[in-house]
Design a protein around this ligand. Structure first.
Ligand code: ZN
Length: 287
């Protein structure tokens, strides 16, 4: 079995860091990740600089990417204007997103769920690149609590995307819930992925459950970087290097050189000047 890992550290991770890294440093992270064989990197987000200063200069980041054969470089866009910006760069894939609940869409994007889903539909209609739709708070919402799987499945129906990624944005899901929702929305030929925050330490168990249910894309972030501005205690994504350790030893191919990836995490620990959440880079690989 083979899985496509997407390292969202340069986007979901750095976006939630208090310190703003310059585009060159962010591109260096993308390049270091690509060099480890990570099949996909979410490199940037095309948002307004004043809204998310951590993501300012997305075009400069993309220009400084040393494209590596076998790595796909994706960007997040929130609307058509963001899509146009992405399309003017050399990125390979468009990721767009809406939340599964009314309140999260209003707080996060200042629009209704219906409008947010329409906006995603417009981006999908415009895009001539491969597309991914991430449905955030697909399992639980900081404002509305538990999210009904039937509601999420209905939202996924009719989305003209190559891939749908179910996000546990605040890290509340457990494996059976993940397995059931993946099975429910899995309609070939569309691929299903998961985006798992490890807030309650269920992220790795959820990743295995998602794979067993047929998901073939897993988001993770180097060192476990990340957070959620609307759930202050939400921690980062599952750490890519910890996930690679787990998957490879379970017979799932990732294509990632784990020792090299551990090196990237050690480097990033130095750049950010703090210990990161991942375990494997601290404990080391095991022969
Ligand atoms: Zn996230």
């Amino acid at each position: 079995m083979r899985v496509t890992l997407c390292d969202v550290g340069p986007r979901d991770g750095l976006q939630n860091e208090p310190d703003v890294l310059a585009p060159d440093a962010r591109a260096e992270l993308v390049n270091r990740l690509g060099a480890t064989g990570v099949p996909r990197v979410e490199a940037v987000s095309f948002v307004r600089d004043d809204r998310v200063p951590q993501m300012a200069g997305a075009e400069d980041v993309v220009t400084a990417i040393d494209r590596r054969e076998g790595t796909e470089y994706a960007g997040l866009v929130l609307n058509l204007k963001g899509y146009e910006r992405l399309r003017a760069t050399s990125l390979d894939r468009v990721n767009c997103t809406f939340a599964a609940t009314e309140t999260f869409n209003r707080r996060n994007g200042n629009m209704s769920l219906e409008k947010a889903r329409e906006q995603v539909g417009a981006i999908l209609g415009a895009s001539d690149l491969p597309t991914t739709v991430t449905v955030s708070v697909a399992f639980g919402c900081p404002f509305e609590g538990r999210v009904d799987p039937g509601h999420v499945a209905a939202l996924c129906d009719g989305l003209e995307a190559d891939e749908v990624v179910l996000a546990d944005t605040i890290g509340v899901a457990t494996p059976t819930q993940v397995k059931r929702l993946v099975e429910r929305v899995l309609v070939p030929p569309r691929y299903i992925g998961v985006h798992l925050h490890n807030t309650r330490n269920t992220g790795y168990a959820n990743a295995l459950a998602a794979l067993a249910a047929g998901a073939r894309i897993i988001d993770a972030s180097v060192g476990g970087l990340g957070g959620c501005p609307y759930a202050p205690k939400a921690t980062g994504n599952i750490a890519t290097e910890d996930l690679v350790y787990l998957l490879e030893r379970e017979g799932v191919e990732t294509g990632v050189d784990l020792d090299a990836l551990i090196g990237v995490t050690e480097w990033l620990d130095g750049v950010l000047g703090r210990r990161l959440d991942g375990y494997v880079y601290r404990a080391g690989n095991w022969p």
